[in-house]
Each structure stands twice: as C-alpha cells, then as structure tokens.
Design a protein around this ligand. Structure first.
Ligand code: SAH
Length: 365
C-alpha cells in the first residue's frame, strides 16, 4: 500500500479505479482492515448522504414487505442489502443497529436521518459491541439514540411470541436468522418431547411447544436468556410443558445421555465454535462432539438439528463432522433438511462466503 493511501483515515470515502482507469465505483476505505475497501455504489464520486440511504432502505423494506406480514425481521443485512458494515434488526417501531466497520460508522448521521424520515421509529439502539469491531479500530459501546427501551421487547415469528432484550441481550437482541429452521422443527414436534440446547430466549423450544410438543427442555448457560424464554412460554400459554435449565449444554447432554434419557426432537444451536480460521480444527472437533452427544439423546425415529453460525467452517466440513459424530454415537440416520439463514439475510451473489449459518436436520434411526 502506498504511504499516502496508508495514511487515509479509516472510513474515508474513495473512488476505486483499476490500473487501466476503469471505475469500480465509490466505497469506503480502511487501511487497518483486511478488506481494504467495501463498495457502496457502482458510480464514481457517488454522494453517500441521506438520499443514498433512503434509496437503499426503501429497497430493503420492499423485499421484506413481500416476505413478512409483521414488522419483525432483519431489515438490513450488510452487503446483501447494499450496505456493507451495517446490520439493522427491526422489532416493530424499534430498531437495533450494528455498525461493523469504520466506514459505515462514519455515515451514522445520514443513515439515521434516512431511517427516521422513512420509518418514523420510536426507538433506535446502536449495538456497537460486536468483538469484530476491534479489527476496524472501533470501540465497543451500546448507545440509545432515540426513545426509551422497555426492558423486554415483544416480537412475533411464525405466530409465536418471544421477548428480546435489545440493550443487554446477545448481538442485536434476537436471532432472526433461524426463523425458517424454527418453523421446520416446530412442524416435527407435535406430541413430542423436545430438547432445545443453547436455547437463548427460546427460539426453537417455544415454537415447538406452541405447535404441540408435550415436553420442552430449554438449556442455556445464560440466566437472563432463560428468563426471556420463560416469559415467552407464559405469553404463548405453554409454561406447563416447558422446563428451563441453566447449564453448560455439552455437560447437560452428557448427563442426559448417561441417564439414558432420550427426546423425540433435539436441537443444538451453539455459539460459533470456529471464531477464526485458525480455530478450524478444534472447532470442527467440537461440532463432532456436539453431534455425537446430541445423537445419543435423540430417540429412535426422532429428529435432530445441529447448527453452526461460524462462517469459517464450510457446509461440507460441518456436515462431515456431524456425520462422524452421529456414527460415533453408534447411530445412523439421514439428512432431511440442509438450510441457511432466512430470506431477511440476503447474500450478495459475489460473496457466497458471507452465508454463515448452516443448519442440518437429521432423521435418526
Ligand atoms: N437457539 C437460539 C440461539 C442460540 S445462540 C435461538 O434460536 O435464538 C447461542 C446460545 O448459547 C446463547 O444463548 C448463549 O448464552 C449460549 N451458550 C454459550 N455457551 C454455552 C454453553 N457452554 N452452554 C450452554 N449455552 C451456552
């Protein structure tokens, strides 16, 4: 990198020009980042102001309006919505935002103006506390920029009510990415016993309970997450069939396996085991172990979903490790669904590697 380029302030807007003078458009630059430039607009010298954001947000909204009949979804999924470095999750009139890059953070003012002009939000929270921000030289903060946040914010997905803590909860407060996978699991769960390992606020478990599971155990290491799940159980009138267990999920799976307990439906949706490329081998082993422990507590004729939200492991490798895990549990089965995130997490066609979520559902013999 030429010294003049290196000295550009992180997040500076630049024109990207090829050696032969051809223009790639306008983007923002960060000399400290491995991804030096992220493109915002195919036009050179594009003005990245309120109008730009209104146009992008309008497009993102139009897509969601076709997909969802309730205002609960990821409104902006970075590159997939033409806004690299930006995530917006919508909870009715409340918006939880995350700036992932210095370039997007610099554009906070026109972005917020556009959001206010277009959607008249009641509340906006900046959840700028993702660890990955450090790589961009950004500080960690949670900031309320508009309105008041109620302690717990209701949301609805597939007819199930949940509660998100958008100020203190994980990520932006809710994992909308699993919506379709939750609906699929719920469709298998009528009359079943179900174990929701790494339940967070009850995403899979409460959907299963509402679709008629006779017993649901939600296990997570976070008491605040379990408290949200418990509230969701009450709101969906399924408290009678739900139990909440604060535990390390692998330890709990081991304990249940040793006690010969089985469940008709088992979900294991852990935090990322492969946080960086260098963690691939230990992370892959952890997925293998998780699949082994989960398969060993899945009833014969039952179903098991294992998920990975690590973009640093491919679907192929993840499926391989899960397959070995099932075999090591002494079980057999078949894949009946292989899926990623829902359609409010669009993927830029030139960046297929940004499709981070992988969920595999097995029918276990
Ligand atoms: N399945 C959830 C999302 C899970 S996110 C949903 O549908 O929304 C991962 C969860 O794993 C978080 O709630 C986190 O608190 C929990 N977690 C992290 N480490 C854990 C561990 N060792 N044992 C149990 N839960 C853990």
């Amino acid at each position: 990198m030429a010294p003049a380029v290196k000295s550009l302030e992180p997040g500076t807007l630049v024109n990207v020009v090829a050696d032969d003078g051809r223009s790639f458009g306008t983007g923002y630059f960060n000399p400290a980042s491995l991804i030096a430039v992220r493109l915002l607009d195919p036009k050179p010298d594009a003005e990245i102001g309120e109008d730009f954001f209104v146009e992008r947000l309008t497009r993102a909204l139009a897509r969601r309006a076709v997909l969802f009949d309730k205002p609960f979804y990821r409104l902006v999924h970075a590159e997939g919505d033409g806004l690299p470095g930006l995530t917006i999750d919508r909870f009715g009139d409340t918006y939880s935002l995350q700036f992932g890059t210095a370039g997007m953070e610099k554009l906070e003012v026109p972005l917020l103006s556009a959001l206010k002009a277009l959607l008249s939000p009641e509340c906006i929270v900046l959840r700028n506390d993702a660890p990955s921000r450090a790589q961009e030289g950004l500080k960690s903060e949670v900031r309320l920029v508009l309105g008041d946040i109620p302690g717990r914010l209701p949301l609805e997905e597939n007819g199930t009510v949940y509660f998100a803590d958008i100020r203190g909860g994980q990520k932006t407060g809710w994992y909308y990415d699993q919506r379709d996978n939750r609906a699929f699991v719920a469709s298998l769960a009528k009359g079943s016993s179900m174990l929701d390992a790494y339940s967070y606020a009850g995403g899979f478990g409460m959907a299963a309970a509402r679709s008629g599971a006779r017993e649901v155990i939600a296990a997570d290491s976070s008491q605040p997450a379990l408290a949200l799940a418990e509230e969701a159980a009450a709101a969906n009138r399924v408290s009678g069939v739900c139990k909440f267990v604060k535990a390390d999920a692998m330890e709990e799976l081991e304990r249940l396996g040793a006690a010969n307990e089985t469940f008709d439906v088992v979900v294991a949706d852990p935090p990322p085991f492969v946080r960086a490329k260098k963690d691939l081998e230990p992370g892959a082993k952890a997925y293998r172990k998780l699949a082994r422990l989960s398969a060993s507590v899945t009833a014969s004729g039952g179903f098991m979903l294992i998920a990975s939200c690590s973009h640093n492991i491919s679907m192929e490798r993840f499926a391989l490790e899960c397959g070995i895990g099932i075999q090591r549990a002494g079980r057999t089965g078949a894949i009946i669904r292989q899926a990623g995130a829902g359609p409010d997490h669009p993927v830029h066609p030139a960046l297929p590697e940004t499709a981070y979520l992988k969920a595999i559902v097995y029918a276990i013999d």
